[in-house]
Ligand binder design. Structure first.
Ligand code: CA
Length: 403
């Protein structure tokens, strides 16, 4: 009894001493608890039972990494050539070849069932988790709940992911405590968010579970199914590195104009390293990922299918290139403009407001170079007699500042 009193007093004393620090944190925790509780109707609509919901959310606290990383948008943007150097490193190519040798039978069976080229599945696996070597040590339910209740953007989207994650665990595809994910709730070998898992995950090893965490065949099949359902064209590649002639009208590289490869060739474009087109009638668009001073590519339909996995040119180019390298293709031939530094987010914002002020609308000042910003850059470049490649370079910002 005396001991209890002492402890109790000690606790009270400590509690008072810490009160000013502890209160905001407790308030935040309470706000999180009530926010998570408010997600019950969404979970119920997704088919989650009260018992699952209560068991999964009891005592849940926000994932601190998710809070930190989702609020932390980097000021600096990595140049695409540095990104590709890491994404398609020699080690990743070597590991990919080793994985191809090891899983060839499964990959070929998956490829045939879904009409998807196996090396692309392999490349996505390599890009997403370095072939399963790092799947993230967060929990998908907790990460999604944190994003849904973090008071930031897209709360409805994350509420849906949270409810879907609960349903996946409830259905027994993986135990809740093994539902590993990235801080952004991307799950398993090839990083499916929960609603994508629901729509595309597949059971390939036949145990009735769509286990993208522990079954390599399921992970391959799920990825192939995702690409197939988004329109993958079997045995067509993603695109070609090309050489653009001098005095080319660069306005054609707007990422929208499509022509057949034969028509592009008639405009003077050739394959880098020579060679002919396997299918000259394929439709393609011209892309300069680092402006007119860097390599050029003609992109086929499959390039856009890869972008459905992650909507970034750099990502899709890395996946396509890694796939090619794994099956014996060489490096890109043309060099990147490595003396260029990409604009920081603050500089992009400045560029956007200067463009907007000159009547070239960027559709907002958000620090991101999206399609509208590239279109505005092209407009300004055309009006000022520059090469209209739509690329946000330091030179372009200086031109805007000068005028
Ligand atoms: Ca399975």
């Amino acid at each position: 009894m005396p001991r209890a009193i002492t402890l109790c007093r000690a606790f009270t004393f400590a509690a008072i001493a810490a009160a000013s620090l502890a209160v905001p944190q407790t308030a935040r925790a309470d706000a999180f608890t009530s926010c998570v509780a408010s997600k019950w109707p969404a979970a119920r609509s997704a088919g989650v039972t009260r018992a699952t919901f209560d068991a999964a959310t009891r005592g849940m606290r926000p994932d601190p990494d998710t809070v930190r990383l989702s609020n932390n948008q980097s000021e600096f943007v990595k140049p695409i050539w540095e990104y590709l150097e890491t994404a398609v490193s020699d080690k990743r190519v070597r590991d990919g070849r080793a994985m191809l040798a090891r899983y060839r039978t499964t990959l070929e069976a998956v490829g045939e069932r879904y009409s998807v080229d196996p090396e692309v599945v392999l490349a996505i696996w390599g890009m997403e988790t370095s072939y399963g070597s790092y799947m993230g040590d967060h929990n998908a339910v907790r990460a999604a709940a944190t994003l849904a209740c973090n008071g930031r953007r897209r709360s409805d989207f994350w509420t849906q992911q949270f409810a879907a994650a609960l349903k996946i665990a409830q259905d027994g595809h993986v135990p809740l405590d093994q539902m590993k994910s990235s801080w952004g709730a991307a799950m398993g070998h090839t990083q499916f968010i929960p609603t994508s898992w629901q729509a595309y995950a597949a059971d390939f090893d036949g145990d009735g579970k769509r286990d993208v965490w522990r079954s390599i065949p399921d992970a391959f099949a799920s990825t192939a199914n995702y690409l197939h359902k988004h329109g993958w064209n079997y045995h067509e590649t993603w695109g070609y590195e090309v050489v653009v002639p001098r005095n080319f009208d660069h306005k054609r590289a707007d990422g929208k104009q499509k022509r057949t490869l034969a028509q592009w060739e008639a405009l003077g474009i050739t394959r880098a390293g020579g060679g002919s087109w396997p299918r000259p009638d394929d439709q393609a668009y011209l892309l300069y990922p680092a402006g007119a001073n860097g390599p050029a590519f003609l992109m086929l339909r499959n390039f856009d299918v890869i972008k459905r996995y992650n909507n970034a040119d750099a990502y899709a180019l890395a996946v396509g290139h890694l796939a090619d390298r794994i099956i014996g293709g060489g490096d890109f031939i043309q060099s990147w403009p490595t003396n260029e530094r990409p604009l920081t987010r603050t500089q992009v914002k400045e560029m956007q407001s200067l463009l907007t002020r000159r009547g070239f609308s960027t559709g907002g000042i958000d620090g991101q170079v999206g399609p509208m910003t590239r279109e505005a850059i092209r407009g300004f470049q055309t009006a000022s007699g520059k090469v209209p490649d739509g690329y946000a370079s330091t030179q372009l910002l200086q031109d805007l500042q000068r005028r």
